[in-house]
Design a protein around this ligand. Sequence first.
Ligand code: NAD
Ligand code: IPM
Ligand code: MN
Length: 350
Amino acid sequence: MKTYRIAVIPGDGIGKEVVPAAIEVLNKAAALDGRFQFEWTTFPWGCDYYIETGKMMPDDGIELLKQYDQIFLGAVGMPELVPDHISLWGLLIKIRREMQQSINIRPAKLLQGLPSPLRQPHHFDFIVVRENSEGEYADIGGRLHSGQEEVAIQNAVFTRKGTERAIRYAFELAQSRRQHITSATKSNGITHSMPFWDEVFAQIGKEYPAIAQTSNHIDALAAFLVMKPESFDVIVASNLFGDILTDLGGAIMGSIGIAPAANLNIEGQYPSMFEPVHGSAPDIAGQGIANPIGQIWTGKMMIDFLGYPEVGTQILNAIETAFAQGIKTPDLGGTATLREVTDAVLHELT
Ligand code: NAD
Ligand code: IPM
Ligand code: MN
């Protein structure tokens, strides 16, 4: 039997609640399949660790993580205790960058048994490919002057390598799906990076003549995701645009608490990191009512990535069956607890 060694970082807030729940589901799915098992090693890194040690992770943390097959992370952030730019850049973004997890894939689809907040949704099923290493998240800029003259400058960086990598990945994904790609742009208002993004999209697009290619400004695209989400297959977006579109993707499914994600090192030299779209939700942490489905579905993506997509499908089927029975946490309008939702998914996984 194959054993996968997974580094687990529950992180902060509800991350500590949803990660153990998802691990129960993944262990059961693996045991039922019988071809593989997981060996989990938990690292207690996050804001509590920062308060104790002054660091979000130890200095050799990245080296430690490199020894694992994959990373399973909950969420990071306790903004009332540690400023977000310190906690996120010290752990989540640090791992994404140092492990060269340059592609973030984030699916959204209308699930059976779960009403969407949209009025009359047609079946939708799209994946956002988010550039995950640069763009608007480049750490370049600074503050000048003070008082009324104060200026804050933040530069966006779009390299040809990074832009081509994300766009090519998205075209390949579209080729394996419904042959339609949409590029999120804003070249009407942003004068350098976005025209460059459009150029690269058009250039790579020439290599894929069979794929239908659309470019939408990000503002219009956000509206289309509400009005006609069924018209999208693969959406490729810069780091910030992809971030925003994927909370929206979660919302039109029913809640950001169910939206999954994978930070991929597509070159395969480092582990990838599986981490849901949502954050640490300090407003509901510690109450046992967080929705575990985002983390469980993220675990399904890890199982798909490891090469067992039929096991992944069984997990998603169990989620849909649990929803169809009305077992939902409060973010979805239900009254079930995290424990009850997890038990329902475990029960349906047979
Ligand atoms: P958030 O995603 O944590 O919460 C936004 C809203 O969604 C809240 O009302 C929350 O209760 C709800 N929500 C989120 N996940 C839920 C779940 N699983 N079940 C039920 N409800 C859920 O976003 P935020 O409030 O902007 O950020 C809180 C903290 O998390 C900040 O420190 C932020 O930087 C951090 N954050 C971390 C990650 C990550 O580690 N991947 C992602 C996003 C935000
Ligand atoms: C996400 C989060 C992070 C991001 C934050 C917490 C830095 O919102 O993973 O979607 O913007 O990438
Ligand atoms: Mn986000």
